[in-house]
Design a protein around this ligand. Structure first.
Ligand SMILES: [Zn+2]
Ligand SMILES: [Zn+2]
Length: 403
């Protein structure tokens, strides 16, 4: 199933229920869990509690990576209905809201990756909003079941999604029964906080730090440190390049334990149809599609900060007596002539093709499509400048040329 193709013909409609809160929900429970971790001062840290924490961390990172991400969000392998439930329950013990909520939000991330509509793009919204701030936005509290119709048809998943506290409380009780108070505080709460931030770092850092191997139309990166923390989810540029692949570490040395575990499960028949990346992609022969090229060009154009170019343009305009005189005359004669004149002036103010090429070489992975990306980015920049010049025109048009 192609995530982006699923509902591309219709505007995503948000939610099947009305938001219950008029304001953004409280962040208090989230921070309270962090504070509870300090209770280890009184409960003490036992070897048993540390072992529980390590085991719960590994199991739940697997739940997030293999379950929420590779299965529910992307359907990169198949499994039975009972193991699907096990995966959902395990992932939900992380207290990252419900399975349908998570998959729906993640599919939206890929659909709009690093564009204005991306719900957690560090490029668009900054580190903190991408890391955790977005989770507390009122508009993101509900799930649009249309985007996850393939999951919402299972009543047991819908039930879990509507009762998100059942799995984490069950695991907390288990931690207490196994390890007493240190088992609960260190074993459960410490590992919960660690799993939270490891997961969130994929949203906040794997679109900022690391290497780009593929042109993906967004700023996704491969980051080995995040891959270690998340058992393979850090190969995020690989993943954005081919979301259908269960394997995310494309090279033998790209550590991907979530994939190894899924492979093991496939050997014993618990899961099957485990998708691999196509050979052409691995060989580096992949040519990005038109939509990816257009999105990449937009990112390159955006990196120039049109605001700065406009400021330069405004400083430039009073000096460009001739151009301004022409422009004002054209405006007086009609909007079409003004548009032509603005385009001409914008072409003078826009960075050169060579400047755009140098910027693209820094921002974009090696690709046979580089010329086309540079050309489109240059057109976008010129158009943006032209639009801003036109917007400034009414104030200037009335003045005598050169004033
Ligand atoms: Zn994904
Ligand atoms: Zn991403």
């Amino acid at each position: 199933m192609s995530i982006s193709a699923d509902n591309s013909s219709e505007r995503p409609r948000f939610g099947i229920e009305k938001p219950r809160h008029a304001d953004n929900p409280s962040q208090l429970p989230f921070w309270a869990v962090h504070v509870v971790c300090l209770a280890a001062i009184w409960t003490g840290i036992t070897w048993q509690s540390v072992a529980i924490a390590v085991a719960f961390y590994g199991l739940r990172i697997f739940g997030i990576g293999a379950g929420y991400h590779r299965y529910f969000s992307h359907k990169t392998f198949k499994t039975s209905r009972w193991f699907q439930f096990v995966l959902a329950f395990l992932a939900m013990t992380t207290a990252q809201k419900g399975v349908l909520w998570w998959a729906e939000k993640h599919r939206r991330h890929h659909k709009y990756s690093d564009q204005a509509e991306d719900i957690h793009s560090p490029l668009q919204k900054g580190f903190w909003e991408a890391h955790v701030g977005w989770i507390f936005r009122r508009e993101y509290q509900i799930s649009d079941y249309q985007l996850v119709a393939d999951l919402a048809k299972y009543p047991e998943l819908v039930w879990l999604d509507r009762n998100p506290m059942v799995p984490p409380i069950a695991l907390g009780v288990a931690a207490y029964l196994i390890g007493g108070w240190p088992g609960l505080v260190v074993g459960f709460f410490w590992s919960t906080v660690a799993v939270w931030h490891a997961t969130f770092m994929i949203n906040s850092l794997a679109h900022v730090h690391g290497k780009r191997r593929f042109v993906t139309g967004d700023d996704s990166r491969n980051n080995w440190f995040l891959a270690v923390l998340t058992m393979g989810e850090g190969w995020h540029n690989n993943h954005h390049a081919y979301q259908k692949s269960c394997r995310q570490g494309f090279r033998w040395w790209e550590w991907d334990p979530n994939y190894y575990a899924i492979k093991l499960l496939s050997f014993v028949g618990v899961v099957w149809d485990v998708h691999e990346p196509p050979k052409a992609l691995l060989a580096g022969d992949h040519v990005p599609g038109a939509a990816i090229i257009a999105r990449t060009a937009a990112l390159v154009a955006q990196s120039f900060q049109t605001d700065k170019l406009i400021a330069q343009a405004q400083a430039f305009v009073p000096e460009a007596q001739h151009a301004l005189a022409e422009w004002s005359r054209a405006a007086a004669q009609g909007p079409h002539l003004a548009a032509d004149a603005a385009r001409e002036l914008a072409a003078k103010l826009a960075p050169s093709l060579e400047d755009v090429r140098q910027r693209a070489a820094r921002l974009v992975a090696q690709t046979p499509s580089m010329d086309e990306i540079v050309r489109q980015a240059h057109v976008l920049l010129t158009e943006a400048l032209s639009a801003h010049l036109l917007a400034a025109l009414p104030a200037r048009a009335g003045k005598p040329a050169g004033a």
